[in-house]
Design a protein around this ligand. Structure first.
Ligand SMILES: [Zn+2]
Length: 452
């Protein structure tokens, strides 16, 4: 609940705030009708211009959780909203990843007073939102290098989180105990919940934030860590063990997750732990998160110019590593797409941190506006590939190559029969597409138009 603001009903909001909320909704409605976007930012900006305290006032009186970290924010936000629905009802949520104040205002202006709020928050904005909203729960996923031209160094982000949490004693951080930087941040809080969610990307976590020594990790992704100064993984309140969630007392709950991958099991246990901290039952929360099968288009199988493609989003080296872990045991053709617009970060040098070597032996097509940077990286990784700048053409080229490899006969060169998006659930003949942010959203938009 907001510091200095009392719980309110819609009727008790100041006239200015009600007008600003109405303007937010109206502008977003116009924006959606004009197809000028998702209608998630323009209205929020107008609302904040009319009432600079709009966010605090709309958030007052709601059970509120903030979700932040470099990887998994959008998915965990959705999973948490679903997990608390049985206990607290439908939540206000910024589902499309507009994770700065204009997006938060939009989510809250559209929700009834008193409804819970689950908000994805940009890492840099989190300290400010902790201070102004005083949320019940803050979910801290991980911190790794991302958007090198825009974001602060992760150690600086961790220090700012730590100061904000120390100054907000009523806020409970639900923190990934396998990331030392997250533990450093959450250790400033009064009552953290420590979750053993695993950490596959450790390259940003080896320097001890306490003494600047070197942190040693035990073998395995969840084996714990410690520094000589005594800074080490805290005792866990809950952890993942295979497909199970294990509570501190030893109780096990099976998570039957529709979303694929180790990282989504990690997101699910973080969401369930946060839901429990907000008053949901563990069994109910775990069952509900298992039913989510797609988040904002991620992992959707769509039709792209007559081909079937599974869409995946990776924005930074940690995210790419997780998705390469997911796709590399398979044999499908893989299309990798890179843009470098403002929303992606203008500097694509992070490509050199991604273990593309793992794609050796696969049919690979490089695409997107920075396909040539990607092609150089793939060349040094000794991954034979084709370069096709247009994403739709790239998916089609990969699909044709995959069918050619599978058929290896005279029919291999025949044009493939169109695949409808609705019938594309079969994995046979599918292409895996992994793109960074705008490469992913561009293809998703074109798939919607061209699919089926
Ligand atoms: Zn140390």
């Amino acid at each position: 609940m907001s510091a200095g603001l009392c719980p309110v009903s819609a009727g008790s909001l100041p006239v200015r705030t009600r007008a600003a909320a109405a303007a937010t909704r109206a502008v977003n409605g116009l924006s959606r009708r004009a197809r000028a976007g998702h209608g998630t930012v323009a209205g929020g900006r107008v609302g904040l211009a009319l009432d600079p305290l709009l966010l605090e006032r709309l958030a007052a009186g709601r059970p509120t959780a903030l979700v932040s970290g470099t990887n998994g924010k959008t998915t965990t936000t959705r999973l948490l909203a679903v997990a608390i629905e049985g206990a607290l009802g439908p939540a206000a949520i910024n589902a499309t990843g507009s994770n700065m104040p204009a997006g938060h205002v939009t989510a809250l202006a559209a929700a009834p007073p008193g409804a819970p709020a689950v908000l994805e928050v940009d890492e840099g904005y989190l300290p400010r939102l902790i201070a102004t909203l005083g949320p019940e729960v803050v979910v801290l996923l991980n911190l790794s290098r991302d958007q090198l031209d825009r974001t602060s160094e992760v150690r600086m982000v961790a220090s700012k989180w730590r100061r904000a949490l120390a100054a907000s004693p009523a806020t409970v951080p639900v923190a990934n105990a396998d990331d030392p930087l997250v533990v450093w941040a959450a250790s400033g809080a009064a009552k953290p919940v420590w979750v053993g969610a695993g950490l596959s990307w450790r390259e940003d976590a080896v320097g001890c934030p306490s003494c600047e020594g070197r942190i040693g990790f035990a073998a395995g992704e969840d084996g714990g860590w410690a520094c000589r100064c005594g800074f080490s993984r805290p005792p866990l309140d809950v952890r993942i063990d295979g497909d199970d969630v294990v509570l501190a007392g030893g109780r096990r709950l099976r998570v039957a997750l529709a979303l694929p991958g180790r990282f989504n099991r990690a997101n699910a246990v973080m969401a369930a732990a946060a839901a429990a901290a907000m008053g949901a039952g563990w069994e109910d929360a775990v069952r509900r998160v298992g039913e989510v099968d797609e988040v904002a288009g991620r992992f959707a199988v769509v039709g792209v110019a007559g081909c079937a493609a599974r869409l995946m989003l990776a924005k930074n080296p940690a995210g790419w590593r997780e998705l390469l872990d997911l796709v590399c045991p398979g044999e499908r053709p893989v299309v990798v797409g890179i843009n470098a617009r403002v929303a992606d970060g203008r500097d694509p040098s992070w490509l050199w941190d991604v273990p593309f070597e793992r794609l050796r032996g696969r049919t690979v097509v490089a695409t997107g506006e920075r396909c040539r940077d990607l092609a150089v990286r793939l060349r040094y990784a000794e991954v034979p590939h084709r370069t096709v700048r247009d994403e739709v053409a790239a998916v089609r080229a990969a699909w044709m190559a995959g069918r050619g490899a599978a058929a290896a006969g005279p029919g291999a060169r025949r044009a493939p029969a169109p695949v409808a998006a609705s019938s594309a659930a079969s994995s046979e003949g599918q292409v895996d597409f992994i793109g960074n942010y705008t490469a992913f959203t561009d293809l998703m938009a074109r798939a919607t138009r061209t699919g089926a």
